[in-house]
Design a protein around this ligand. Structure first.
Ligand SMILES: *Cc1c(COP(=O)(O)O)cnc(C)c1O
Length: 429
């Protein structure tokens, strides 16, 4: 496959931008080699600047559930642009999007819009601290909530409270206010709550995790997290930036029937434009400025262009739900990959919820960061490049979920499976 123009542009990009990218995950750091430079997308396909076509299983890391250039989203964008692109003042469209979100997500009585998922989680945490008047927060290892300082920490070696920054620039003091626990570890959670529960402002979690690969919570884990946070007056935040409107229209909380106090959203809610949101119980949300005292603001929040894409995407998902199709073709992809891997003697695990799927090069079930960390990432890198060379664009890390869009057909899925079969044959032990 000729990638000479990508190479040329990426070489220049590295001079202009750190690592040649505007978001670290794009640089193919985990699989080696250079990223391809994208020219366009259409339905389930993306095209690079050298004219190569790829079946897209990233979908902009989640937002493109309707596929690229969905005709209704495109039309909405064209028409909104004729009215001006930003006013920094209220618009009617913000009511429309707020109403759609409130109707869709069970826990949300009121919502505030922001411009990214990171802003949503950052603001939700400030709100939870302001509302409870407590400092400590809890997150789970392997869950990602954007590049918020207080969430860029890893579990320390000794006591659960002594977390360590996992980026230079995050202060040790910040780390001390964040407790990192193991996902799906019921007894670990119970003892942390017993010791510190009354000092904790919030527990933030991905209710379907996508950021250590796809990992699902056990029923028991979800039940215990909900009941103990309630008992200790802790705000439970479901970070549904990735799984909201993805695993079901009403998010993971509607799928599992567990209702958090606050929910953060991003990705699909903006239909491919920069938009995030957080919402929840009226009693908590009313504490945000100017209704309450917790500071929150944004020049481009509720921006009309982003809002138009969000409204159109959610309306389409509500009125023509693709979820059955997504379930059936992603199950087909999972079954096909399993069959090909087995035939080639590959050690693997798969985790899937709806159209989120990860194929792990692991020989034990992946249920949290401890088990995820044991994957054979070198084998994953070979798998990734083998698929790239066959026109299949998968997430460039073992620790990401792939996404299927409503425009992926059975034929496209079958093509991807047979490409994977060829790759497995090359990388068999
Ligand atoms: C992507 C993601 C974020 C961060 O959203 P950005 O828009 O990239 O800032 C937060 N939480 C989860 C679960 C995500 O998947």
């Amino acid at each position: 496959m000729n990638r000479s123009k990508s190479h040329q542009l990426y070489t220049l990009a590295k001079e202009l931008m750190p690592g040649g990218v505007n978001s670290a995950a794009r640089a193919f750091g985990a699989v080696g080699g250079e990223p391809i430079i994208i020219e366009s997308g259409d339905g389930p396909y993306i095209y690079d600047v050298d004219g190569n076509q790829y079946i897209d299983y990233i979908g902009s890391w989640g937002p493109m559930i309707l596929g690229h250039q969905h005709p209704k989203v495109k039309a909405a964008l064209h028409s909104v642009i004729d009215k001006g692109t930003s006013f920094g003042a209220p618009t009617e469209a913000e009511n429309d999007l707020a109403q759609l979100i409130i109707e869709a997500i069970p826990s949300v009585d009121m919502v505030r819009m922001v411009s990214s998922g990171t802003e949503a989680t950052m603001s939700a945490i400030r709100l939870a601290r302001g509302y409870t008047d407590r400092d400590l927060i809890v997150k789970f290892a392997g869950n990602y909530h954007g590049h918020v300082d207080s969430l860029l920490v890893a579990a320390g070696s000794a006591a659960a409270t002594l977390s360590v920054p996992n980026s230079p620039g995050v202060t040790a003091a910040t780390g001390k206010d964040t407790m990192v626990l193991e996902y799906n570890d019921v007894s670990g959670f119970e003892s942390a709550m017993k010791e510190q529960g009354d000092k904790i402002a919030c527990v933030i979690m991905e209710p379907v995790c996508g950021n250590m690969g796809c990992v699902t919570p056990t029923k028991e884990f979800l039940r215990v997290v909900r009941s103990l946070t309630e008992k200790h007056g802790i705000v439970l935040i479901f970070d549904e930036v990735m799984c909201g409107f993805r695993v079901a229209y009403g998010g993971a909380q509607s799928l599992y029937g567990v209702t958090p106090d606050l929910t953060t959203m991003g990705k699909i809610v903006g239909g491919g434009l920069p938009l995030g949101a957080f919402g929840g119980k009226r009693e908590i949300m009313q504490n945000i400025l100017p209704a309450g005292k917790v500071f929150q603001a944004g020049t481009l929040s509720g921006n009309p262009v982003a809002t138009a894409a969000g409204i159109t995407t959610l309306t389409e998902l509500r009125d023509n739900p693709p979820y059955e199709h997504l379930e059936s073709i992603t199950a087909r992809l999972e079954a096909g990959l399993r069959k090909e891997a087995e035939a080639n003697g590959i050690s693997f695990q798969t985790n899937r919820v709806g159209s989120m799927l990860t194929f792990f090069f692991a020989d034990q079930p992946v249920i949290g960061w401890e088990s995820a960390a044991k994957c054979d990432t070198e084998k994953f890198a070979k798998y990734f490049w083998g698929l790239m060379d066959r026109g299949v664009y998968m997430p460039c890390s073992q620790y990401e979920a792939l996404f299927v869009s409503a425009t992926h057909s059975e034929e496209i899925i079958d093509q991807s499976i047979s490409a994977a079969g060829e790759v497995f044959a090359e990388i068999t032990d």
